[in-house]
Design a protein around this ligand. Structure first.
Ligand SMILES: Cc1cc2nc3c(=O)[nH]c(=O)nc-3n(C[C@H](O)[C@H](O)[C@H](O)COP(=O)(O)O)c2cc1C
Length: 228
């Protein structure tokens, strides 16, 4: 016979949202739209150091993200040490060299061409911080037993999106970087084998002469459907 474990949920009042008039909500949404739609991936950073307290505040937003069954299947490693940043850059450039010159299919290289990216990754040295995000396909319970995680990619993606947004709203630049494969990050950062590198977020102040690719977005109506 299957045993049924039923723990009654503990509920507390929601206190974080007050009833607000639609006019005010529209003002807020429009202001956020004006700011957040200016976000760009930045590949040229200045040498201005970001205090850890600012990174910390932004990460506290990321780790408050929703996650499948509230398993919070992530770990964030903050790298400021120039020696470790250099190790990451060298390993990433080695992988990217093979990618750009041997492994990448032609259509992928064509898709990347408008961005002007190549196998050189100076931003991994130059950015004030590298936040390396790991996903945990499973965790461990209090007795060390394997604990299943649910919707891991979705959960870590949402947390990362919240982090990118709060960094931008704070006034910092970031770049999502995904060298492939990324297992070297477990070795350099001494993370356990059950954690999978998800991506590297380079974070800092943009260089005063930073340039970004002139890209276009799909039209809003091509990507949004209302059924009213
Ligand atoms: C999952 C993901 C992986 C990415 N990987 C890289 C990368 O390895 N190197 C890079 O220069 N940009 C990378 N980017 C940034 C994209 O190229 C960029 O988001 C896209 O061109 C749109 O530009 P924007 O972010 O400035 O709006 C990545 C973005 C995402 C979401």
């Amino acid at each position: 016979m299957m045993s049924e474990i039923s723990i009654p949920p503990k509920l507390v009042p929601l206190t974080s949202l007050q009833q607000t008039e639609d006019d005010e909500l529209l003002v807020r949404a429009t202001q956020l739209q004006a700011d957040l739609t200016q976000r760009r991936s930045v590949r040229h950073f200045s040498n201005r150091v970001v205090p850890n307290a600012i990174i910390d505040a932004c990460l506290r937003v990321a780790v408050s993200a929703p996650s499948g069954a509230n398993r919070q299947p992530w770990h964030f490693v903050v790298v400021q040490d120039p020696k470790i940043k250099r190790l990451i850059r060298l390993a990433a450039e080695a992988e990217e060299h093979t990618f750009y010159h041997e492994r990448a299919p032609k259509d992928w290289l064509q898709a990347l061409a408008p961005l002007g990216t190549d196998d050189q990754k100076p931003f991994l040295d130059e950015a004030s911080h590298l936040i390396v995000i790991f996903a945990q396909p499973h965790g461990f319970g209090p007795d060390g037993d394997r604990l299943r995680h649910y919707y891991v990619q979705e959960s870590v993606g949402i947390a990362t999106g919240m982090l990118i947004s709060v960094l931008h709203q704070t006034g910092l630049a970031s770049l999502t970087h995904t060298p492939s494969p990324m297992n070297f990050l477990n070795t350099i950062l001494e993370r356990p084998p059950h954690e999978r590198p998800f991506l590297i977020l380079a974070v800092g102040h943009p260089a005063s002469d930073a340039m970004v690719p002139d890209i276009e977005r799909k039209s809003f109506h091509d990507v949004v459907t209302y059924l009213t």
